[in-house]
Design a protein around this ligand. Structure first.
Ligand code: CP3
Length: 334
């Protein structure tokens, strides 16, 4: 069984398994070479050969313990009919849509046939990957995706006048499609799932249960019904204080810690309940002063099931040399 999967199923191991969020991406010259051939990022995300190649690039270079299938959380709105573009230097831009018509259509549609290229990439990546390495499948949380859909890309601005009826409808629609997407990824060969909830912190406390936790439980239950053993990692940025509550509601859920979470708190409060993953500050990996923080994370968290990772995605300006040094430091930890 792959080392990552063992740890996520509760077996502690040293050195801890290691992978990096957004490990396939712009900090790699070999990624930038392929990316140049695809002016349209969503088209790139639906081209199986390119996806397989870039998914394997960080494994070839750094020998990480897991590959994460290359795609994007915004593929779901895109295949549901809300065109997603990535504008250089600006980030995602989602088309304006007529919501009643969109929802009516989206509720009738199945996303699976559109996502076939991603499943194809998963199968061929799994074949190319050594059996001791995991292949991680993923999706965004319904809330995080809905934020991008409603705000057209610039999340955070204007949430004060959130349209609650629309939010509810989008979350309802998305959660079912996300279950289909995740089940398809598992069937194609992923052995671990991660749910990215990058904008969880924007939900008002009175709406958290409805917008964040009920949809998360819905997705986890639907996956567990078909695949009782598959590890699911929930990464909620700036909401780790809720992890003990979540651990008591979803059996065997694992937790991604952001860089704002104190490792000592996580060791005392979260790790007795569930395996954790994290949480080096990506900025320390950019400036090269990560050794002390890495050592502290390793010493504090690796006595119980633990996966080394960053607290958020690796930044495009990260020097490769720093990543090599980090891998060496984690791999030689005893
Ligand atoms: O290696 C991996 O981790 C797998 C692939 C992956 C990407 N995005 C590729 C990508 C994953 C897991 C994601 C998740 C994702 N996408 C999240 C959740 C995690 C997080 O970082 O908070 C979010 C919020 C998105 C939405 C998204 N996609 C944004 C905001 C951007 C633009 C970023 C920017 O700086 O311009 C993307 C584009 C994107 N997704 C890139 C990559 C490698 C960069 C695109 C490029 O090549 O120019």
């Amino acid at each position: 069984m792959p080392a990552l999967r063992k740890v996520l199923q509760g077996e502690q191991g040293l050195p801890p398994p290691l992978w990096i969020m957004r490990q396939a991406g712009r900090y790699l010259p070999e990624y930038r070479d392929i990316r140049k051939k695809f002016p349209d990022f969503m088209e790139f995300c639906l081209t199986p050969e390119a996806l397989t190649t870039v998914t394997l690039q960080p494994i070839d270079r750094f020998d990480f313990d897991a590959a994460i299938i290359f795609c994007d959380i915004l593929i779901i709105p895109h295949v549901l009919g809300q065109t997603v573009q990535f504008i250089e230097g600006e980030g995602p831009r989602l088309a304006k849509v007529d919501w009643p018509a969109f929802l009516e259509f989206a509720n009738k549609k199945t996303v699976l046939s559109f996502l076939e290229p991603v499943f194809k990439a998963i199968s061929s990546t799994r074949q190319a990957l050594p059996s001791h390495k995991s292949l991680i499948g993923f999706c965004g949380s319904p809330w995080t995706i809905a934020c991008y859909m409603m705000q057209g890309g610039k999340v955070g601005l204007g949430l004060a006048d959130l349209d609650h009826d629309l939010t509810r409808s989008l979350i309802q629609t998305l959660q079912q499609h996300l279950v289909d997407f995740l089940l398809g990824q598992i069937q194609a060969g992923c052995d671990v799932i991660q749910i990215f909830d990058s904008w969880a912190v924007l939900v008002e406390p009175e709406n958290q249960s409805e917008y964040l936790w009920q949809p998360l439980f819905f997705i986890c239950n639907a996956i567990r019904k078909v695949h009782p053993q598959i590890p699911i990692i929930y990464y909620g940025r700036e909401v780790s204080q809720f992890y003990p509550y979540l651990a008591s509601h979803v059996k065997d859920l694992c937790f991604g810690l952001d860089q704002y979470t104190d490792p000592t708190w996580a060791a005392d409060v979260v790790q007795p309940l569930a395996p954790v993953q994290g949480n080096l500050d990506p900025l320390l990996l950019v400036d090269g002063t990560f050794e002390k923080a890495t050592d502290n994370i390793l010493k504090t968290l690796s006595a119980e099931p633990f996966v080394f990772n960053l607290g958020h995605g690796i930044l495009p300006q990260t020097p490769l040399d720093h990543v090599y040094r980090l891998v060496e430091q984690v791999r030689t930890f005893k």
